[in-house]
Design a protein around this ligand. Sequence first.
Ligand code: JCF
Length: 493
Amino acid sequence: MTEASIAAQRIEQLRAELDGHNYRYYVLDEPSVPDAEYDRLFRELQALEAEHPQLVTPESPTQRVGGEALAAFGEVRHEVPMLSLGNAFEEEDLLAFDRSVQSGLGLAGDLFGGGVEVEYSCEPKLDGLAVSLRYENGQLVRGATRGDGSTGEDISSNVRTIRNVPLKLQGEGWPQVLEVRGEVFMPKSGFEELNVRQAESGGKTFANPRNAAAGSLRQLDPKITASRPLEFCCYGVGQVSGELPATQVGMLEQLKAWGIPISRELKLAKGVQACLDYYRDIGERRMGLPYDIDGVVFKVNTIEDQQQLGFRARTPHWAIAHKFPAQEELTELLDVEFQVGRTGAVTPVARLKPVKVAGVMVANATLHNMDEVARLGVMIGDTVIIRRAGDVIPQVMAVVPERRPADARDVQIPENCPVCGSHVERTQLVKRSKGKETFSEGSVYRCVGRLACGAQLKQAIIHFVSRRAMDIEGLGDKTIEQLVDEQLIASPA
Ligand code: JCF
């Protein structure tokens, strides 16, 4: 055997092994080797390919780094249109959907009772972007955005950089042409890390994972896309030559066996009450999921029934999105006030035109510090995006620049403490690293009044009596505030 054919053999072996590890890691969620071993195999493959460039193929696991930048995206016509989903906001909307499915399938009940229970597939509704991936003879040949449902953009070079998108299908028996459809999204952890990186490098930060995913996928330079933590999750198919399993869940499980990632939360529900149980369960676990969702999707499980029910305009009669209350809303920033904390730190608080977010009225939101105000570029009078996730304090996520009124005002740190009138001083935050002093970019503003400042005094005493300090029972925050306001106490002593 020649040197080149030995290399070719080893390259094949490495690719098969790496594809297998990727499949177990991304699709089965059962990592099979430590990262270090994966990296070793990967580097060996890279080295061999560098020595034998003629052996590099587009399906090689090394080819996810992103190729040449484009001048513009090409157009892609979807042979099978990409549908969107109708929405259910209330339980009653879902019950009405189920009744219309039953009547469409001739299963409706009569005066004396309900009809036959319909089986539905259930999955979380990911907050990302819909894409279509086309496989021919088991190889990824094209990726496209949804666009208007009939025509999208060719984002092939970008989808190839998404780690859990197989460049080549696993197993056997796949149809010659297989288009899979799903959502490209950014996990919450990757989003947080990306924003930190962006802020540090002076780049643009994103308001939420969905915007970050959209901004990352619509890059003409695939190297940028490659550097972003995107993931794909399949929920259906488009054009397919040949047969697939006869149910939604069976079909998705078959796709999973071929290496296509599907939702870990995919379930089958018998009847609409089981769908409501699923909605409640996912709603309770929403905050703990590693990605943002805005509801759950129910689909009639039997494909033949889906075809019988059909679709109108772009929404199918056999599927629906049951939405959760929105976690983000728009409202107006009426004013910014400054609060003084225990250590004298003066922090900006947003006063908002009250708005209901995730079922709760919100009139205040944290702005953290003046660096955050600068990062957001927020002005008083702006329309802002407010987010309230679970029990977390509402946050100002971003400004809507198009809605800035002519009389918007800058947010200015007061020169004097709003509580005691003492001077407010700016201090640079210092980060110590390995004994060496390094100045971080952050700064805090502090009221210099110490215990002469009512706000600091109250917080100091609250801290003093607290459980982990003197643990004085029966002396609550409200009492302390009153005692200080009435000038009955002036120090912990
Ligand atoms: O997760 C989603 N955002 C999602 C979108 C899930 C689905 O099952 C979908 C979808 C859009 C259209 N199904 C269709 C038909």
